[in-house]
Design a protein around this ligand. Structure first.
Ligand code: AHG
Ligand code: MN
Ligand code: MN
Length: 340
């Protein structure tokens, strides 16, 4: 497709023939996500100039300090998404409970789960940050007067109908999949459109990059320690040692690994028995995307896509990226154990 003039709306409509169940409701849902992303991108890009940096002084349900941009991003998504008529419920990293759609707005058949701003600790340092989202179809039946709620949110990532992320970096990019491959669009601020820049992204099966916070090394299981030691050992045959790249924003580390190949890891450790990252709105949507790009995501033993969440803020160990690298990690855990 001619990149310079293909915006996301055109690309989505043009591919609707790939999946008959796509309706205008789905496309308008995407339009709203794009609008919210552009508004957040505008604030991120002038963060140094306006009173949007720094902390709000609040602590969220995760026990993390809430940055002003976290709050702005959450409010932007809720205000834009709740009025569109496509959703019946939302869940976010920044809200304790599920977000219901006020009665004054029409409701739809979709569910949105999202991390409004990922990598918050990097905001004040002008390092890339992002937004992560996943879209499910509701499973409750309004014809049987079933209320839209937890059952519609607590679905495994394999049942996502779409997932994506926005990365607010040197440029603002929108990367998504609806099960027909992974496609990237770059925001052209002069026209206010996301234009096609990366069609059908595929992640290399094997890589030379690993991303992990090595400050936690002593808290990891033997399986993970042995794997990291393996990656750092000299061996021409298997192209080792790997390069260490860690930005501290999951979206930015994931995006680089998606394009260049790599394995991102946030293992469980003695302090955080389930790791730090959240299944519903971080690991799950990215596992869906990486699978569509030919990669793989695991909790160290099984596919992230198959884990059914029992709580909206459930954490999960995450190993995600080039398939052969993640499978190799699983072998080390199988051989050396994973208990911490
Ligand atoms: P969030 O800002 O949404 O809370 O996510 C931060 C996450 C993720 O972006 C990143 O990979 C990880 O925290 C970094 O954690 P450490 O600082 O412990 O390495
Ligand atoms: Mn996050
Ligand atoms: Mn966040």
């Amino acid at each position: 497709m001619d990149k310079e003039t293909t915006n996301l709306q055109h690309f989505l409509l043009n591919r609707q023939k790939d999946y008959p169940e796509a309706t205008g409701e789905f496309t308008s849902l995407f339009q709203d996500i794009l609008l919210a992303s552009k508004i957040i991108s505008r604030e991120v890009n002038k963060a140094g100039l306006v009173e949007i940096l720094g902390l709000t002084g609040k602590v969220n349900v995760q026990g993390e300090e809430v940055q002003k941009l976290d709050e702005f991003s959450l409010e932007t998504f809720v205000k834009v998404m709740r009025r569109g008529g496509s959703l019946c419920v939302m869940a976010s990293e920044e809200t304790d409970d599920i977000i219901t759609i006020p009665d004054k707005y029409p409701k739809g058949k979709y569910v949105l789960v999202f991390d409004p701003l990922d990598g918050s600790s990097n905001i004040d340092a002008n390092v890339s940050i992002g937004t992560i989202f996943g879209i499910y179809k509701r499973v409750t039946d309004e014809n049987k007067d079933e209320k839209c709620g937890y059952a519609d949110v607590l679905q495994p990532a394999r049942d996502l109908v779409a997932a994506g992320y926005v990365i607010y970096g040197s440029s603002t990019m929108f990367v998504y999949s609806t099960g027909q491959g992974v496609h990237g669009f770059t925001l052209d601020p002069s026209v206010g459109e996301f234009l096609l820049s990366h069609e059908d992204i595929k992640i290399p099966k094997k890589s030379k990059i690993y991303s992990v916070n090595e400050g936690n090394y002593n808290k990891w299981s033997d399986g993970v320690k042995r794997y990291i030691d393996y990656l750092k050992a000299e061996d021409k045959e298997t192209d080792r040692p790997y390069k260490a790249r860690y930005i501290g924003s999951l979206v930015a580390d994931f995006h680089r690994n998606l394009l260049y190949g790599g394995i991102f890891m946030y293992p469980r450790d003695k302090k955080s028995k389930n790791g730090k990252l959240r299944l519903l709105y971080e690991a799950g949507p990215l596992a869906y995307i990486v699978k569509q790009a030919g990669g793989y995501a695991s909790d160290g033993k099984k596919d992230i896509l198959d884990i059914v969440p029992d709580k909206i803020h459930q954490r999960v160990p995450l190993f995600i990226g080039s398939e052969e690298d993640v499978k190799k990690l699983e072998e080390f855990i199988k051989k050396n154990g994973d208990d911490v």
